[in-house]
Each structure stands twice: as C-alpha cells, then as structure tokens.
Design a binder for this molecule. Sequence first.
Ligand code: PMP
Length: 454
Amino acid sequence: GERIGGVKRARIAAFAAHEAGIYAQARPLSRAAFEAGAAPWLGGVPMHWMRDWPQPFPMVVTQARGAVIEDLDGHRIADFCLGDTGSMFGHSPAPVARAIRAQAGRGLTYMLPGAAAQEAGRLLNERFGERLWQIATTATDANRFALRVARAVTGRPKVLVFDGCYHGTLDDTMVCLVAGQTAARPGLVGQVEDLRLVAEAVPFNDLTAVEAALAGGEVAAILTEPVMTNSCMVLPEPGFHAGLRALASRYGVVLILDETHTISSGLGGYTAGAGLKPDIFVVGKCVAGGVATAVWGLSPEIAARFAAYDAARPSGHSGMGTTLSANPLQFAALVATLAEVMTPEAYARMEAGAARLEAGLGRVIARRGLAWHVVRVGARVEFICASGPLRNGAEAAAAHAPALEAALHLGLLNRGCLIAPFHNMMLISPATTRRQIDHLIAAFDAVTAQLIET
Ligand code: PMP
C-alpha cells in the first residue's frame, strides 16, 4: 500500500532525504576522511556490515567512552547501539581498561593458561552455573564448537533452529522457512553445501513443529536464543522453554541456549532468571567487556559423554578452537568484566533505565495513535513499527519496515542518539544516564511528529 507502519511512503522518503542532507552537512571531516581511506578496503569499508547503516556514509569515530561516542566532526552522540551489544556494559569500562593496561606489556597471546584463567573459570561457574567451559573468540565460533560436540555425542547430523534466528555466521544455521520448508537463506554468499542436509528450521513458539522435527531422529541439537532477539524481538510464550527442555530430553537432543544478546536480561542471563536448564550455554560479545571473547559451557552430563567420545576419537584435528583463543588479554578482560562490571548493581541501573525508556517510547506511540509496540528484555528495548506481540520469525519479518526504520534511525542520529542498524535495538548500559534516556524519548517524539501528518 502507500503506507508502511501507518506512515505514508512519500513522507518517509522525503524525511529520509532531508535528514541525509543534514547528516552529511554536519560531517565534512568524517566524509573527507572516510572517502580518503576507502580505497584499500573491499567495498570501501573494513567489514561490509558497516555499509548497512542508514547514514549516507559512516561516522568516523574518534573515541567512545561510557555511553558516548564521538566522531571526527566533534559530535558527541548518546550511544544506544553499543557495538550491537559488544559494549553492552558501556565503552571501555574502567575495570576492563585497567586490566588490559596491566596485561598489555606481559604478552598478548601464548597458548598457555595463566592465573587469570583459573580465576575466570571460578567466576564463570559462579555467574552461569557449574559447567565445563571453553573459551572462543567469537560467539559464531562458540556456537560452531558447541554444535560439533552435540553431533559428536548424539551421532546425528542436524541442528534444529528457529525461522528468523541469528547465531552468527555459522553456516549450518543459515536456513529459513520458505512455504513451510527448510531452505538456505537467499542472500548467502558462495553457498554450495545443501544446508537442508544439516539443518531444519521450524517456527519459534511452535512445540508441535519442534516435536515433528525431532521425531525424524536426525536432530543432534536445538540451538536457540531464549528470546528471538534478531527478528524484532519475539518473546517465548508461557511453557515454550519448558516444552523445549522436555522434548530435547525425550528425544535425546542437546539443547544449546545462545545468550549472546539475552545476557541483557540480568545476572546470569535469561537462563538464570527463568531457571532454564540448557545442556550447553553460550555467551559472546559483551562477556569480556568488548574484548573479542566468547564462552561455551557444557553441563556435567554432556561433558562426561563428550569425554567418552573424545577418548575413543582418532588423533588429529578436532575442528574446534582457534589459535588466538583463550589468550591472556581475553582472560584479563573476562575476569574484570565478570567480577567488577557485570554486577547486580550494574544490572539494576540498566533495568531501571530500560524500563524508563520502554515507558517513554510507549507514551509517544500511544500519543501519536500508531499501531506500534515496544518490547523489553532487561536492558534491551526495541520499538516495532507494527502491532504485537509477535509470535515467530514470519510475523517478525512481516513487521519489519526497513525504509521507515532507516528514516527513523537517521532522524534519531541527527538529534544525537545512535541506535542499532538492522533492527530497532536500544541498549541501556550502566553508564547511560537518565538524561540521555529522556533525550532519546524526546528525539523519538520529534521524529515521529515529523513523519506523521498533522
Ligand atoms: N549469537 C547471537 C544471538 C547473536 O546475535 C550474534 C551476533 N549478532 C552471534 C551469536 C554472533 O556473534 P559474533 O558476530 O560476535 O560471532
């Protein structure tokens, strides 16, 4: 139709064009530096996701501290994106920066443990439950290794994922549902393997579909987030997690919970808050305060099964691990984060701020008469330009409004607030101030006022 999310297409386009002009005019230095530095990079950027921001060209960042990010043109922006959760606890938390400085002159990677590794293991058990842990460098890798263990102990080939999920660029999970059938995602680059042999997709919140897939006898693992955060935000319906746990146990399937984003829920993640019982627990990105680190932990039962498998395995490459993983810089940052940053006090601040933001955005949406909604998972808030609640990835895909969202994001940035690209995520760090939150609510008010005709 001629409207997206209740807003006229023409209005969105005019607003986006106007805001793009304002953005560019305010950033001559960023533009010049970006253009001067683009040539050596494939597609002009060092990582192609940087082209997915809605700005005409990226901000060139000079520094980020706490919840403020600064660009070359001197703009000090309230950062609610926080590196898409990597800096969920604020940029350069003081204990992490101190720990990095202390380690900086003592070796950065040597493939042996130090005293901090011992301490990290103790803290991981304290925060996330008694498990047998491994360190990886990215959450993608942690999921990949967890899946290998699941396949090893079950002897089965497939991973069950939910349509609309995201678990990093782990090949096996890059499937979706097309007309009710599992299919490779259409945008994949250079995909040659038939992913249908190694993965099955079903709708989130659909235990009947999960059971039908498990009954086929080929599924090694269910890999899911506790809340589907990469598809707008889809909350689990009451009984869904209990049902997943019961089905996994009944069919001998390994249940892997990826808490990389839902660690926003509170201390110990959604797992601790809801009393979930994953066989393998994964968390990456923010767990070492922004230093590339992920952890994955096996339940004692899965660890024992894996030990038996491992003992009988022929020697040779395992397909798990990467050379720079479990390095001393990671341990320094991990210990500092677990002990001093990811604290109950920090979560209390994050939760209170996020509740304030949730309420404020909800008031604006109601005042404008928009059929939109707001979802919150602890410190993480998203607005969705459609009514809710959403039950699964298909509903989330239908709710997603890329052109409208891009215009909103650009409008918010021009008013001093950065939110995550790809989705409408706003994170509240322990460093985020009430003033910044109120500023974001006011910016959202101003932008929606311009988008909606009066
Ligand atoms: N799991 C989830 C739930 C994620 O959202 C992401 C990244 N957005 C990942 C895993 C992968 O993290 P990384 O890109 O650091 O490997």
